[in-house]
Design a protein around this ligand. Sequence first.
Ligand code: GLU
Length: 289
Amino acid sequence: MTCITRFAPSPTGLLHLGHAYSAITAHDFARAHGGRFLLRIEDIDTTRCRPEYEQAIFEDLEWLELTWETPVRRQSDHFVDYAEALEKLRALGVLYRCFRTRSEIAEASASAPQAGDPTATQDAPILGPISADEEADRLERGETFAWRLSLSCSQDLLGEKFTQLGFRETGAGPNGEQGAISARPEACGDVILARKDTSTSYHLSVVHDDALQGVTHIIRGADLFDATPVHVLLQALLGYPTPIYHHHKLLLGPDGKRFAKRDKSLTLAALRAEGVTPADIRRRVGLPT
Ligand code: GLU
C-alpha cells in the first residue's frame, strides 16, 4: 500500500515554525516510505481566509524545498462535496438542527447532564434537538440554524460498533497517548457539522477530503488529537477507512507558549527575510537536514 500524507493549512495568516515542523514531518515521512505527499488548502472559513496567505503558503513551502502533487485541492472549491456528505448523514438520521445562539447554549449547557464534565465544551454540548413544534416555528420565522451530529443517534445506529471505535496513534496525544486508542466521541459532545454561516465545518470537510484523497497517515499537531474521536465516528458513519494518526508535539516559542499566527517575528517569511536558510529551519525545529 502506498502511503499518502498531507499538510492541510488554513490560509488565515502566515505560516510559522510550527507549520514548518508539521509540513516537513509529513513530507519527509512520505518521501522516506516511497509515498505521496499532498498539500490541501483548508479555506472553508471564507471570512478569515485570504488569497495572499494562500499565496504565501506556496512560497514558504517551495522555499523549504518541499514538493507536492498538483492540482492542490482547495476546499472552498468543493462545498458541493461537503453538502453531499452532510446529506448522507442527514439521511442516516444522525443530524439535528440547532437554532440556538451562543447565550442559549451557555444557558442550556449549565443545566444539561454533562455540566461539570471538564471535557464538554460550550461549542459542543449534548443538547439534543428542540421539540418538533418549536423547530417548525423557528423555521417558519426564517431563523438560521446549524447542523449538529447527534451522539445518541450515532450510537443507536452503530450499536456495538460505536463502543469499538478506535484508531492507531503512532505519535502521541497531549498526555502521551500512544498505540491503540479507543475513540470516545462522547467527550466532544454533539459537534457542529454545518455552521449557520458556512455550509460545512472543519470536522466534516477534513474527514471527507482525507478519505477522498486516500490519505493513509494523518500527521498533524497534538492540538487536534482531541478532535480525532469525532473524525473516527464520522468515518464509521460515512463508510470511510480510518487512517493511521500521528500527532506530533507542538513547538513552543521563547515564552514557553505555542506558536500562533500572531507571532510575526517567527513567521517563515520573516525568518527568510532575515537570511535564515531552510536547513536552519530544520535544525531549529529539531528535524534532520
Ligand atoms: N486546517 C487545520 C489547521 O490549519 C489542520 C487540519 C488537520 O491537519 O487535520 O489547523
